[in-house]
Design a protein around this ligand. Structure first.
Ligand code: ZN
Length: 148
């Protein structure tokens, strides 16, 4: 295992053990549920949108370590960002976990922790769940997201 891979592993373990923004959000203007039936990952993502800005984001739910760490990293990255910036991150994350290795470390930031996921197709849905749910919430739909 390379040092880099070990560092990524640490990020995922840390965010799984101590998930950021892991609570309900009474002030949320959008609330969307995401479900990955293949693994049983199930989260609700709350967004407090102020015009084009994500004023606050939080999530609750349960699932495997990858899915929870991904939701935690997602929430910490998009808080305070504009809708366009969040969509750009979603796009980058999607490229990363589907095996696009052309993204630079600068473009990825903490997302790089999930670069190993593309080697495990079954885990791609786990890692993507929170991002897909966020994407749906930003698009204005209020419904249940399933990655199946
Ligand atoms: Zn999972």
């Amino acid at each position: 295992m390379s040092d880099l891979r070990e560092l990524y592993q640490q990020v995922i373990l840390d965010h799984n053990r101590n998930p950021r923004n892991f609570h309900e959000l009474p002030a949320a203007t959008r609330k969307v549920e995401g479900y990955n039936p293949l693994c049983g990952d199930h989260y609700t993502i709350y967004l407090d949108l102020d015009g084009e800005t994500i004023r606050d984001v939080a999530f609750v739910g349960s699932g495997c370590a990858i899915s929870k760490a991904s939701a935690s990293v997602m929430s910490s990255m998009v808080k305070g960002k504009s809708r366009d910036e969040a969509d750009a991150l979603f796009e980058r994350f999607h490229r990363l976990v589907t095996g696009d290795s052309s993204l630079s470390a600068d473009e990825l930031g903490k997302l790089a922790a999930f670069s190993g996921v593309s080697e495990f197709p079954a885990r791609v849905k786990c890692a993507s769940l929170a991002w897909h749910t966020l994407h749906t919430a930003l698009a204005g739909a209020e419904n249940v997201v399933s990655t199946e």
